[in-house]
Write a protein that binds this ligand. Sequence first.
Ligand code: BGC
Length: 428
Amino acid sequence: MRRRLMAAVAVSVAGLLSLSACGSGDEQASGSSQAAQKKVEVFSWWTGPGEADGLQAMRKIFETNNKNFTFFDAAVAGGSGDQARALLSSKLQANQPPDTFQGHAGAELQGYIKSGKLESLNFLFDELKLKDVMPQQLIDQISVQGQVYSVPVNIHRSNMLWFNPAVVKEAGISAPPKTIDEFIADLEKVKKAGKIPISIGSQWTLVHLLESVLCGSLGTDAYNQLWTANADWSGPAMTKALENFKTILGYAGTPQDDWQPAAKQVADGEAAYNIMGDWAFGYFRNPAPGGIGKTSHKDFEWAASPGTDGTFMWLSDSFTLPKGAPNRDGAVAWLKVAASKEGQDAFNPLKGSIPSRTDVDKSLYKDYLAWDLDQWAKDKLAGSIQHGVVVNDAWRTAITDAVGLFQQDKDVAKFQQALVSAAKSSGQ
Ligand code: BGC
């Protein structure tokens, strides 16, 4: 697996390392060497609209509580860490870690742990008594042999259908589609009404779409089995699920640069549907410039992605302490903010996520987020592919490559074969 991981980042390491942080990052903020010692480099991909607001809210708390440290925003633009994750791998391989970085709980993080890149955070979990306030199933996803390796700051939901109420009404659709077949019928109605049936963004958004279509087509139990020894990637149920994916893609608009412009097509009434994680809620709802200031139930509406009602496809952003972090104390100070009630309650309502802590102020989670909290409490769980829960980086890269080829040739048999091979050689 390690060999595959290295292959996945075989892009010129030197080239990648020379990429500077971008977007709202602090790359311009170089200071004296004394300031440089005190700076805490926080690596994430939260630069764009709908992403940066939450980070800035936590930053404010960090700066208030830690006058001796300077927050250095090393965010790298690109939804779902499209650019950031490759750059991070290169930095870690070159033993040039940031002080702390955003990593997804689950298989993605396990990859970093197994390759010896992270310090155990048991000392912090003990000091802050975090095991008492976070769900055990989440702790399991960030642990290896009793050692915990990251601080989860949130829970996001991936299997969300966002839609424009006026556009679907105009197309004669009165309720959100409950099944994949209903969804396909509704996409056809929107097409006839002259709007874009489903908007899509860059390539990773198709992997995101695929995970919802797989779960909605196969059912949650069969989806969850895909990551076990009993996985069935080659059978007829998978073929049918991939055919569904092909049909749905046939209704997609022109691919947009990233997830935000695709989501915006829905809010602006150009497109009917978009399947995207609930960071879209922060983007829709937050006032400009952090978001587009739209109103729920009027400009946008939501439902579980078709066929997945009652299932919460989850993911969690977490922060780590890399071995050799130049400012270890500063990183620990950041982790304390990410772990705190105050930090999570400032971050999550803006980010469009719910807290990983169970003891937060629930009254702050309104609108979509109140629905989300309720679903999290009662739904069955499934893990996200694109956002690191069920597959490591090497496997995700292989799936992404297969999706990219499929987008060109639309050959279901070849696609299925590529997914079978990706699962076989994942080494997970
Ligand atoms: C991250 C989210 C982020 C989304 C879009 C996901 O992988 O977990 O925090 O909002 O990507 O960039």
